[in-house]
Design a protein around this ligand. Structure first.
Ligand code: HEM
Length: 123
């Protein structure tokens, strides 16, 4: 049995593993590289805060992901295939590392946010 996501350190491990896959992914990597020119040292802690807040309600994230992705999509269109790939990588990463209520919860959060984002950005 895998252990569940218990704390921030587990979130950090999950986020690091996810983005190491994203960086190597042909379809998604260009958004982070060429398009957004991500500074990973700044971006990763934002993502730790976002997911820590999503799972543990820590109040650690105050951004506006919808607006960030709207601006991103204006530079290079985000389409359903991108979201499908993003979710595949996210869900596989969670399942490889963790099992339990929080692991199920974080996958559901990812699916529902991705669904809303697609509706808002693409329709
Ligand atoms: C097609 C799928 C996606 C792509 C290619 C993508 C790409 C990116 C990129 C390039 C950034 C950095 C933008 C910048 O700082 O200029 C970003 C930020 C972010 N993404 Fe995504 N993303 C995707 C889907 C998602 C989904 C489904 C979620 C949530 C479940 C999410 C959550 C976030 C958050 C929280 C940020 C940080 C926003 C902030 O700076 O406050 N992304 N994304």
């Amino acid at each position: 049995m895998k252990t569940d996501i218990e704390n921030r350190s587990d979130i950090e491990h999950l986020v690091n593993s996810f983005y190491s896959k994203v960086k190597r992914d042909e379809m998604l990597a260009p958004f982070f590289g060429k398009v957004a020119k991500i500074n990973w040292k700044q971006h990763l802690p934002v993502m730790y805060n976002f997911w820590e807040n999503a799972v543990f309600h820590t109040g650690t994230y105050h951004g506006n992901p919808m607006e960030v992705h709207r601006q991103l999509s204006a530079k290079k269109s985000l389409s359903p295939v991108h979201f499908k790939r993003w979710l595949e990588l996210f869900i596989t990463t969670v399942d490889d590392l963790y099992g339990g209520n929080n692991a199920e919860n974080i996958k559901q959060r990812a699916i529902s946010i991705a669904t809303v984002m697609q509706i808002k950005l693409i329709s």
